[in-house]
Design a protein around this ligand. Structure first.
Ligand code: NAI
Ligand SMILES: NCC(=O)COP(=O)(O)O
Length: 339
């Protein structure tokens, strides 16, 4: 199989969430949305049951990765993995965590073996996995762990044509952000972002805008010291590395249209500072990309949406964009390898 016809591996995600719904509806739109071939890792019975529940005419085919691209036009290809997923829509059960984790493990293994081109993940419910003993904050950190020792440092970026953002700290309590926001964290985050925006996204000299933590980026240190003591030296260190970084910049004036034309990505101090703007501008098309990994991983920007799972109201657009972006970024890998 040549590299460009190798399929993408799509993990099923939380079985009780909207993952199964959007997989089915995305596959049904495969022709009009020009989807690259993909297969799902997970329990095929879960997808068959959800298709029946939603009244969708989808044939599910159990395949090996090598036959998935050929099967894709006529059936939704599934590489069966791990434990049965028995949860009903909207109601995660004891099978949810093990099934979701096994699907991620299989997708990553198949990509690392060269049997799939990139990992695309459906949403997991973090609290469900935590209750199951999962010791990682989310996919981002778990995927880095699966890369072996020493694990690469992963960077979360939410990307859309309108805006791209990176939260320097991710799933941590807000009260801990000032302690966790260090010069080292910001410099490493900026360095990895610049490298991957060049290597994978083709930007010759990515422009990084780094948000301050405090209102007005600390107003010269009079509203909190972090922006002068941490963010400014981090930006200076990035510039010394030849990276086009600016900051600390006040977050409140960084997201209007004219400001957005002045940078390629915003690095924020904490999750909601930068995810709220992008989910406001591009909820249906935003894609979560993990930078810093030896393989491509994308994901829809939304979560498990238990409130609408199994109702037919879940919009597959963000998943479709995640499949397209994974295809594009993995294509850049192939071009690089061939050069
Ligand atoms: N990549 C991942 O694995 C992610 C997982 N999550 C997890 O998802 C769970 C729920 O998180 P929430 O904060 O409630 O966010 P959410 O994105 O699941 O839902 C927020 C609101 O948006 C709606 N929504 C979400 N996706 C939609 C879609 N495709 N079509 C139509 N409406 C949609 C939901 O119905 C809900 O009203 C949490 O356990 C969280 O950890 C959240 C974000 C990403
Ligand atoms: N809010 C983004 C999110 O929860 C995605 O996390 P991850 O599972 O991709 O690490």
């Amino acid at each position: 199989m040549d590299a460009l016809s190798t399929p993408l591996a799509l993990s099923l995600g939380e079985p009780a969430g909207i993952g199964p719904d959007i997989v089915l509806t995305a596959w049904l739109q495969r022709e009009e949305r020009h989807l690259p071939p993909f297969f799902v890792t997970g329990d095929p019975a879960c997808l068959i049951a959800r298709a029946r529940h939603l009244g969708l005419a989808v044939t599910v085919a159990e395949v090996a990765p090598e036959t998935a691209s050929a099967a894709f036009p006529a059936a939704l290809p599934v590489v069966p993995t791990g434990p049965a997923a028995t949860a009903a829509p909207g109601r995660p059960d004891a099978s949810s965590g093990p099934a979701a984790q096994a699907a991620i493990d299989a997708a990553v293994s198949l990509v690392r073996e060269g049997r799939a081109r990139a990992v695309v993940t459906n949403p997991i419910a973090k609290s469900v996995l935590y209750a199951n003993g999962f010791p990682f904050p989310g996919h981002t950190e778990y995927l880095a762990h699966l890369c072996g020792t020493p694990a690469p440092r992963p960077v979360m970026m939410i990307w859309s044509p309108e805006l791209a953002v990176i939260p320097a700290t991710i799933h941590v309590p807000l009260a801990e952000v000032p302690r966790l926001l260090t010069v080292e964290l910001l410099v490493e985050t900026g360095r990895i972002a610049a490298a991957d925006l060049t290597r994978r996204f083709g930007l010759a000299a990515p422009r990084l805008a780094v948000c301050g933590l405090n209102p007005h980026a600390g107003e010269d240190g009079t509203i909190g010291r972090e922006d002068e003591d941490v963010t400014r030296p981090a930006v200076e260190a990035l510039r010394a590395l030849g990276i086009d970084a600016r900051g600390p910049l006040p977050a409140d004036t960084l997201f209007h249209p004219a400001a957005r034309r002045t940078y390629d990505v915003v690095i924020g101090a904490y999750h909601d500072q930068v995810l709220a703007p992008i989910k406001t501008l591009a909820f249906d098309t935003g894609v979560n990309v993990t930078l810093g990994l030896p393989f491509v991983r994308t994901s829809p920007d939304h979560g498990t949406a238990f409130d609408i799972a199994g109702t037919g109201r879940a919009n597959p657009s963000s998943l479709i964009e995640a499949l397209h972006l994974a295809d594009r970024l993995a294509g850049a890998d192939v071009v690089e390898a061939a050069a």
